[in-house]
Ligand binder design. Structure first.
Ligand code: IPD
Length: 262
């Protein structure tokens, strides 16, 4: 797809940051045996990636605002447009040498995500979409899965770690969903979870406690691939509430019924 100028800036920037992160990823294994360990190195790589992205986007569109996971918050001269960026989604995977993480860049206009890019440098998979223009992975058009029998469907989620409060609810979700479906995955990068729903690799995804940067780009990619995305709590603001549920069209209702205890 020949995307807009904004989309091209987003993809070029994601590739640039992704290349640098990939180099850092190659070093993580060696750092695991060093005295200080890989933690500091990875947070530095994460912050560096955000700086690279912020500088490239601000240079291309100096009036837009910027919200990034690593703490950058810039109020733009144009209050209607802002970038929402996770420079490294799947940080824990990266830290452990697991090859499943991504750069995520979204463009919001008047409170709506209008373009999104999720780049997985390890697999060289670039997922992208613009409102009204369809969703793509590299050169291929994306379409959510066509499965319509729950027992054949795979879903993904995030498991609350390190004492996060929503563990009991997640356990209940799993107890209700697992007997009815073909499996649940926890791959550790919410942006890629959304991209994989768009690509039809699994039928649905839900998670609580996310941040805007974990899901912004994925929302438009899933919608443009024909999927349904909603806040986990109906009526809430999807980006600020932190809870998201999405699926292909035939599975959305039965899946949401299980997760929302409907
Ligand atoms: C995390 C990942 C993970 C999700 C966590 C997020 P980060 O993002 O998306 O899958 O379960 O809630 O915080 O910290 O790696 O950018």
């Amino acid at each position: 797809m020949a995307g807009s100028a904004n989309l091209n800036v987003m993809m070029k920037t994601a590739r640039k940051a992704g290349r640098a992160l990939l180099k850092d990823f190659g070093e993580v294994e060696q750092l695991q045996v060093s005295a200080k360990g890989p933690g500091d190195f990875v947070s530095r790589a994460d912050r560096e990636a955000e700086k690279t992205i912020r500088e490239a986007l601000m240079e291309a569109r100096p009036t837009y605002g910027f919200l990034g996971e690593e703490g950058s918050l810039i109020e733009g001269e144009d209050p209607t447009r802002r970038w929402i960026v996770d420079p490294l989604d799947g940080t824990t995977n990266f830290l452990h040498g697991l090859p499943h993480w991504a750069v995520s860049i979204a463009l919001e206009h008047k409170g709506q995500v209008v373009a999104g890019v999720i780049y997985d440098p390890v697999k060289d998979e670039m997922f992208y979409a613009e409102k009204g223009e369809g969703a793509w992975m590299n050169e291929s058009r994306l379409r959510v899965s066509g499965r319509r029998r729950m027992i054949e469907c795979i879903f993904a989620t995030g498991l609350p770690f390190g004492g996060r409060p929503d563990l009991p609810e997640t356990i209940t979700d799993l107890a209700r969903l697992l007997p009815a479906c073909a499996g649940v995955r926890r791959w550790g990068a919410a942006a890629l979870d959304l991209a994989y729903v768009a690509a039809g690799r699994y039928e649905g995804f839900w998670e609580r406690g996310l941040h805007a940067w974990d899901m912004a780009a994925g929302l438009v990619i899933v919608r443009e691939a024909g999927g349904f995305v909603e806040p986990l709590v109906p009526g809430a603001d999807i980006l600020s509430s932190g809870g998201v549920i999405c699926a292909n069209e035939p599975m959305f209702e039965p899946f949401a019924k299980i997760i929302r205890r409907g």
